[in-house]
Write a protein that binds this ligand. Sequence first.
Ligand SMILES: NC(=O)c1ccc[n+]([C@@H]2O[C@H](COP(=O)([O-])OP(=O)(O)OC[C@H]3O[C@@H](n4cnc5c(N)ncnc54)[C@H](O)[C@@H]3O)[C@@H](O)[C@H]2O)c1
Ligand SMILES: [Zn+2]
Ligand SMILES: [Zn+2]
Length: 372
Amino acid sequence: MKIRAAVTNEIDSPYVIEELTLNEIRDDEILVKMVASGICHSDEVARKGGYPVYPVVLGHEGSGIVEKVGAAVRGFEPGDHVVLSYHYCGHCSNCLSGVPASCEDWMTVNLRGTREDGSLYFQREDGSPIYNFVSQSSFSTHTIVTERNLTKVDKSVDLRLVGPLGCGFLTGSGTVLNGLKPGPGSTIAIFGTGAVGLAAMMAAKISGCSQIIGVDIHDSRLDTAKQLGATHTINSKDSDVLAEIKKLTNNKGVNFSIDTTGVPAVARTSIDILAVGGVAAPIASSRGGVEINFNADLNMLNRSIKGVLMGNSIPQLSIPQLIQFFEAGQFSFDQLVKFYKFDEINEASADSASGKTIKPVLIIDEDYAPAK
Ligand SMILES: NC(=O)c1ccc[n+]([C@@H]2O[C@H](COP(=O)([O-])OP(=O)(O)OC[C@H]3O[C@@H](n4cnc5c(N)ncnc54)[C@H](O)[C@@H]3O)[C@@H](O)[C@H]2O)c1
Ligand SMILES: [Zn+2]
Ligand SMILES: [Zn+2]
């Protein structure tokens, strides 16, 4: 079928909306008509060269409506409202143990750009290949996924809002709820109060953290952090973060920290500020690392550093839970979202990079209207 998608032709090239052919679904696949898609910082990382194959249709925070299902699909039917998230194999030992974010094939099934047998989802009229991203490619009017990519949501849910529950908001909240698991009364510092950091902050409040310290370089973001649960905020442009956090925590440091900035020096601070026994989660996509002295930084203080992918979440369990938190007024992610038209994708992406918009969402189906 003919579809319209935003293609990234080569490293650092702008998005170009093109007509492409979307190939037929197979028995175990599902065709989704996209309603909207968030733009995640990781799309920008991929657009700027962090992906092995181009041209590619990026986007991995899609929401839409099932249009067609393959003969072997049992859990979904046309008309179902869905949020798209990452793929997992379903049969490795980690998937079978209930930890699909640790799927042994995660990198391959999500970042290969094709089906397992190398066949394509998208192509140009001349047959030349266009690759897929995170098993989703949601910057498209339609896409092909499997049951494992999908979470069904109630038809009363506004599909324009919920795409980012498949990545950015899932990652931030899950890093707290499933990764660090702070107990009530614990202290946490969150470096970078963008989409991921603010979701982490709301989850820290839900978890009963007593001190939730937000650090950023934009006052406007820190104001939002305050509204969403930060007990303290620090603009690191004009203060000594280590000294400030020490002051706030009786010189102890924090029990937990998360770095969402990807700036090596900030990630380093997020480790240095840990209390004895503390745990840091440096979850940003960063090309640079930091030097760690295992004994002085970790062992002798019984501290650890934890890698967390996609908030260690099971999308089918976490996304409905986040919607419940949202409906209860505890996870107000809608305040972070700004809508753009699909063909404003380059502007939306630039607004995310400049810090103007926290979570841009492209409205791909302008005819969709949320249930009253
Ligand atoms: N681990 C995962 O599974 C996973 C999943 C999704 C996203 N990510 C990554 O998480 C990171 C955050 O994503 P996001 O969408 O929230 O990005 P974002 O750009 O919205 O947020 C980053 C924030 O960091 C702040 N910042 C930048 N430099 C800073 C500095 N020196 N000091 C303090 N604050 C600073 C920015 O002002 C911004 O508010 C990205 O690197 C993204 O690729 C990881
Ligand atoms: Zn697996
Ligand atoms: Zn993402």
